[in-house]
Design a protein. Structure first.
Length: 230
């Protein structure tokens, strides 16, 4: 049984320039993902997939492997996560290395802990599970969501729940984009984690934060400091 964790970190981030190397509370944000993966001690290979020489050097400094650089084709805005993972797995195959399990761990995921990765791996080893991903509950029932009609008036998306009490509505979750852990063969067959039989790692709102702009970044740092102080 062999495991690889792939940290996809291209150099061309748009909304936050050089996002994957930006300092998060004193060190490059990618260092947190590398540290969590190494400390989990469940991976045969902790690698960073990048097209960027500076990212590669920083990744190696913090203990990750960068055995090859990402292709130009899979370094633009249109490359999917599947494209990147597939390329990495094939590059390893050419080097006579294959992995039973693959974890895609994002470089801007400072909340991920070694314990979460270990928990995910233990879930994944169950026979009927193809993948594991991190999710968090929506903060407000999506059955009570609103939209605007063609004349810009508000309408309720699920009119049948107009009078339903919030506590009677089924809880819904969304992917927080921290990591996906899956059986390699099944992922390559299905091409999406959402086409597979997956189990959740359920996180609180405090443990998850999209980081797409400077405000998000500041919120993430505040949450991180609160978690550590408690």
């Amino acid at each position: 049984m062999s495991n690889v964790v792939i940290i996809p970190a291209r150099g061309g981030s748009k909304r936050i320039p050089r996002k994957n190397l930006k300092f998060f509370l004193g060190k490059p944000i990618i260092a947190y993902s590398i540290k969590a993966a190494l400390e989990a001690n469940i991976f045969d290979e902790v690698m960073v997939s990048t097209d960027d020489v500076e990212i590669a050097e920083i990744a190696k400094k913090y203990g990750a492997s960068v055995p090859f650089l990402r292709s130009t084709k899979n370094s633009d805005d249109y490359a999917t996560t599947y494209d990147v993972i597939n390329e990495v797995i094939n590059c390893y195959k050419e080097r006579q290395r294959e992995f039973d399990y693959t974890c895609c761990l994002y470089p801007t995921a400072p909340f991920v802990s070694p314990e979460q990765l270990i928990k995910a791996f233990n879930l994944l080893k169950k026979d009927n599970t193809d993948g594991v991903l991190t999710v968090t509950p929506y903060s407000y029932p999506i059955q009570r969501s609103l939209s605007l009609d063609e004349t810009n008036f508000i309408k309720m998306n699920s009119q049948e729940h107009l009078k339903t009490r919030s506590q009677d509505l089924k809880e819904s979750y969304h992917d927080v984009g921290q990591f996906y852990f899956y059986k390699t063969k099944r992922y390559l067959e299905k091409k999406s984690i959402f086409n597979m039989r997956c189990k959740p790692i359920i996180l609180s709102e405090m443990e998850a934060q999209d980081i797409d702009n400077e405000v998000d970044w500041q919120l993430a740092e505040l949450k991180y400091k609160l978690i550590k102080s408690n």
